[in-house]
Design a protein around this ligand. Structure first.
Ligand code: ADP
Length: 489
C-alpha cells in the first residue's frame, strides 16, 4: 500500500461476511487504482453470486437477535462506531484520497459528514415511536407498532465512498435491520475500513456484511440481492439507468426500495441576488469533489442584468482560487475525475457546447497534467440544445445561461426528468416562496450552495429517486408499520 497509516489494521482487502474476513473461493481479486496516477494501490477479493447468497443467509440468521436488542443497546454500539470513525479520521481520509482522488482536506470533511449519520441514527434509534388511534368502536383499541423491515441490501457509489455507506447502514442497523452492502468497485477499501471499526464497536457478526466485487460480478450480485425473497429492501445510490434496472429486478419479490439517483441541478441567480454570495454558493455547489456529486450544479441561469458581471466574477474566482492536482499535494482543491470514461464525458459535453456556440471563459480543456485531470471550466453563451443542458456532466464545468423572465426560468429549470437538488439566489421574500414552491425538486437551496447534512431529508423526485435519507424521516424506509386491533375490551 503506497501510504503509511497510523493504524494499518484499517487496510483490508478481503470481504466481510458473518463477522469473518473472506476471500473469493477461487482466490479471484480485482485491482483498485489511484485515479490521480492510474497506479495500482491494492487487490481486493472479487466475490460473486454464491457469496452474495451466503451474506444474505448470514444477515438473515443475525436478524432475530439484533432486532431483539433494546434500542438503547443498538444506540450505544452505533455511538461507539461513530467515536471510532472520528478517532480514525486521518487514516480513513488517506484511504479515501488514494482510491477516490478527492483532496485530503475534502476527504476528512467527508469522514466527518459520514460519521454524522452514525451519530444521528445512534440518537434516533431511541426515538422510534408508535401510535394509538381512536377506534370507531368503543370495544376496540387500535395500535400502530413500528418494526424493522428485515434483511436489507445496499449498493453504493464511488463519489462518497464513506458517507453513502453510513447514510444507509446506520439507519438500517439503528432500526434493528441487518444489511448486506456491495460498495462501488472503485472504492472498496473505504468500505472495508468502516467494517473494521464496526466490528471493534461491537456490531455483531452478520449484522453488517460487505461483499466486494468488480463491475461484472457487481451485476451478478445485484441480481441476487434484488431477486432474493429474504431481502426485504434494497437501498441504492448511483445512476438513474442502474436504479431502473434494480427496480425491475426487484419487481419479482415486491421489494421496498430507496433510490438516490442522478440529478441535473439548476442554479438560478435573480437580478436582486447578492452576487458575491451567489459566487460563493456557485463555487461550492459546482466544483466540490471536482463536480462529481449528484447535487452538484449542472447548469446556471443568470438574469440578463447581472449576467456579465456573474460570469466575470465566477471565472475570476475559478481561475484564481482552484488548484488542480493530486489530493495529497498542498492547497489542491480539485482532484482527478474518477476514471477515463468520466474524462471522456466531460470532454464530450464541452466540445459539443463549443461546437454549438458556447464561449469558453476559463478552462475548456483537459489539464496540462494529463491523465484524469480536467481544468475547472466556465462556459458562456449557452443554449438549451447543448448536451450539458440535458445530461448530468459530473465534472468541473459550469455552463451559464442568460434569462430575463421568472416564469420562463422556472419552466426551464423544471424541464428535465431529474428532480434532486436545485439552488437559487434572491433577496425578495415573495419570490423566495414562489420559486421554492414552483421548483420540482426534492431539495431547494435558497441563498446557499451547500444543503446536505444529517438532519436534513436528502432525496429526489421524478427520476432522481425514491425515499429520503438522513433526518427524522431516514429510518422510515427501514421500518414497517404494523397495525394491531384489540377487540372485546
Ligand atoms: P456511477 O455512475 O456512480 O458509477 P453506477 O450506477 O454505475 O453509478 O454505480 C453505482 C453502484 O452500482 C456501484 O456500486 C456499481 O458497482 C453498482 N452497479 C452498476 N451496475 C449495476 C447493476 N447492473 N446491478 C447492480 N449493481 C450495479
Amino acid at each position: 500500500f503506497p501510504m503509511k497509516l497510523n493504524n494499518p489494521e484499517l487496510l483490508r482487502t478481503q470481504s466481510y461476511i458473518d463477522g469473518k474476513w473472506v476471500d473469493a473461493p477461487d482466490g479471484a481479486e480485482f485491482a483498485v487504482d489511484n485515479p490521480a496516477t492510474g497506479s495500482n494501490i491494492a487487490h481486493v477479493s472479487n466475490l460473486g453470486a454464491k457469496q452474495a447468497e451466503q451474506a444474505i443467509a448470514a444477515a438473515s440468521r443475525a436478524f432475530p437477535a439484533w432486532r431483539a436488542r433494546t434500542a438503547k443497546e443498538r444506540s450505544n454500539i452505533l455511538r461507539k462506531w461513530f467515536d471510532l470513525i472520528i478517532a480514525h479520521t486521518d487514516d480513513l481520509a488517506r484511504i479515501m484520497t488514494l482510491e477516490q482522488g478527492k483532496p485530503f482536506a475534502e476527504a476528512k470533511g467527508e469522514i466527518a459528514y459520514g460519521a454524522s449519520f452514525v451519530e444521528w441514527f445512534a440518537e434516533q434509534a431511541k426515538r422510534v415511536m408508535g401510535d394509538t388511534i381512536s377506534a370507531p368502536l368503543a370495544t376496540n383499541r387500535m395500535l400502530v407498532l413500528r418494526e424493522p423491515i428485515g434483511v436489507c441490501a445496499a449498493i453504493t457509489p464511488w463519489n462518497f465512498p464513506n458517507a453513502m455507506i453510513t447514510r444507509k447502514v446506520a439507519p438500517a442497523i439503528a432500526a434493528g435491520c441487518t444489511i448486506v452492502l456491495k460498495p462501488a468497485e472503485q472504492t472498496p477499501l473505504s468500505a472495508l475500513a468502516l467494517a473494521v471499526l464496526a466490528e471493534q464497536a461491537g456490531i455483531p457478526p452478520g449484522v453488517l456484511n460487505i461483499i466486494t466485487a468488480d463491475s461484472d460480478n457487481s451485476i451478478a450480485i445485484g441480481k441476487v440481492l434484488c431477486a432474493s425473497p429474504v431481502v426485504r429492501k434494497v437501498t441504492f445510490t448511483g445512476s438513474t439507468p442502474v436504479g431502473r434496472i434494480l427496480m425491475q429486478q426487484s419487481a419479482s419479490s415486491i421489494k421496498k426500495m430507496s433510490l438516490e439517483l442522478g440529478g441535473h441541478a439548476p442554479f438560478i441567480v435573480f437580478e436582486d441576488a447578492d452576487l458575491d454570495a451567489a459566487i460563493d454558493g456557485a463555487m461550492i455547489s459546482k466544483y466540490r469533489n471536482a463536480g462529481q456529486t449528484c447535487v452538484c450544479t449542472n447548469r446556471f441561469y443568470v438574469h440578463a442584468n447581472v449576467y456579465d458581471s456573474f460570469v466575470e466574477k465566477l471565472a475570476a474566482r475559478v481561475s484564481g482560487t482552484l488548484s488542480v492536482g493530486e489530493g495529497f499535494e498542498d492547497k489542491v482543491t480539485t482532484g482527478p475525475l474518477i476514471d477515463d470514461a468520466a474524462i471522456a464525458k466531460v470532454q464530450e459535453h464541452v466540445t459539443d457546447a463549443i461546437a454549438k456556440g458556447a464561449k469558453v471563459v476559463t478552462g475548456g480543456a483537459a489539464h496540462s497534467r494529463g491523465g484524469r485531470f480536467y481544468q475547472p471550466t466556465v462556459l458562456a453563451n449557452i443554449n438549451e440544445d447543448m448536451l450539458c443542458m440535458r445530461e448530468e456532466t459530473f465534472g468541473p464545468v459550469a455552463p451559464v445561461v442568460k434569462f430575463t423572465d421568472e416564469a420562463e426560468v422556472i419552466r426551464l429549470a423544471n424541464n428535465t426528468d431529474y428532480g434532486l437538488a436545485s439552488y437559487f439566489y434572491s433577496r425578495d421574500i415573495g419570490r423566495i416562496f414562489r420559486v421554492a414552491e414552483a421548483l420540482e425538486y426534492g431539495m431547494v437551496g435558497v441563498n446557499t450552495g451547500l444543503i446536505s447534512n444529517e438532519m436534513a431529508p436528502f432525496g429526489g423526485v421524478k427520476q432522481s429517486g425514491l425515499g429520503r435519507e438522513g433526518s427524522v424521516y431516514g429510518m422510515d424506509d427501514f421500518m414497517e408499520m404494523k397495525y394491531v386491533c384489540l377487540g372485546g375490551i
